[in-house]
Design a protein. Structure first.
Length: 61
């Protein structure tokens, strides 16, 4: 999930010629992960699907 978030939202960071530590960007990534997990939970509730079923599907890809 974290790689997808980087690719989708901050592709310019991947092209920078500077170094930064995970601690520099952790708050941004953590906030986005929480947002994505909440969306997944809402979608699971709307489709009456168990959230664990979604996780199993994602982990098998």
């Amino acid at each position: 999930m974290v790689e997808d978030i980087w690719t989708e939202n901050w592709p310019e960071l991947l092209r920078l010629d500077v170094s930064f530590t995970p601690a520099d960007v952790y708050p941004l990534v953590a906030k986005r992960c929480i947002s994505e997990l909440r969306k997944m939970q809402t979608n699971a509730e709307l489709t009456e699907t168990e959230l664990t079923d979604i996780w199993r599907h994602l982990s098998s890809e």
